[in-house]
Design a protein around this ligand. Structure first.
Ligand code: HEM
Ligand code: HEM
Length: 174
């Protein structure tokens, strides 16, 4: 493949990608823990990293509009090409939807929003509907997004190993 990806595209992909997968694993792990100080501490880390993902995702989306769409890895099969692009767009959306629904849950619960101890939003009144809407979105979207990431990684591996078009190497700047 000839067209190189830009440095911001590569950096933003791996910062959000690695953080996103880490925050999902942490979320699933924390969810299964019994109520304990450890649970609240880990949930605090989950929320802080989640808000940081929102910040990076916003920069990433602005960058994507500025730079225009990336030239995707060549794919003969038109249906697979459309699938790959759709999954990529949904993943971009996911990096907004997950933190926003998390913040809705937190604010709806009347809690302050903190990023590693730094207060971003003050605590307020409980807003029942906001909390339960955020919770529903957060839990249902997570399941769909996990499936999308699996599809995305299978697609990347297929390109790298079957089509042999160096798609993954290209995402490392080669
Ligand atoms: C270890 C896991 C991952 C691998 C191996 C991987 C690999 C890749 C590759 C090779 C591309 C380029 C596709 C092409 O050439 O057409 C790409 C693009 C993309 N990936 Fe991933 N990816 C991973 C994780 C993720 C995660 C977790 C997300 C979501 C948060 C994500 C979101 C995207 C997006 C949105 C694009 C489109 C390019 C852009 O807009 O910057 N990826 N990925
Ligand atoms: C990219 C960002 C985020 C991702 C990928 C993510 C992912 C997840 C996942 C997978 C779970 C487990 C869901 C389940 O199956 O029950 C979870 C739980 C949770 N997340 Fe997040 N999260 C993110 C950001 C946030 C933020 C910013 C907050 C709050 C400010 C938050 C608050 C919570 C809470 C409170 C739970 C426990 C939900 C419950 O009690 O059932 N998350 N998250």
């Amino acid at each position: 493949m000839d067209s190189k990806l830009s440095k911001p595209t590569i950096a933003l992909h791996w910062i959000t990608g690695v953080l996103f997968i880490g925050v999902i694993i942490l979320g699933l792990y924390v969810e299964g823990l019994p109520r304990s100080p450890e649970k609240f501490e880990l949930l605090g880390i989950h929320k802080s990293l989640g808000v940081m993902i929102l910040a990076v995702a916003l920069i990433r989306i602005i960058w994507r509009f500025k730079e225009g769409p990336i030239t995707g890895a060549p794919e003969q099969n038109r249906a697979l090409q459309i699938l790959a692009k759709s999954v990529q767009h949904l993943l971009l959306l996911a990096t907004l939807l997950m933190p926003i629904s998390g913040i809705m849950m937190n604010t709806g619960g009347g809690r302050a929003l903190e990023v590693f101890g730094l207060e971003i939003l003050a605590a307020g009144e409980k807003i029942e509907w906001l909390g339960s809407l955020g919770h529903t979105i957060h839990v249902i979207a997570a399941k769909i997004i996990i499936a999308l990431i699996v599809l995305h990684v299978i697609g990347a591996l297929k390109h790298q190993l079957v089509n042999r078009d160096h798609a993954i190497e290209r995402m490392f700047g080669r």
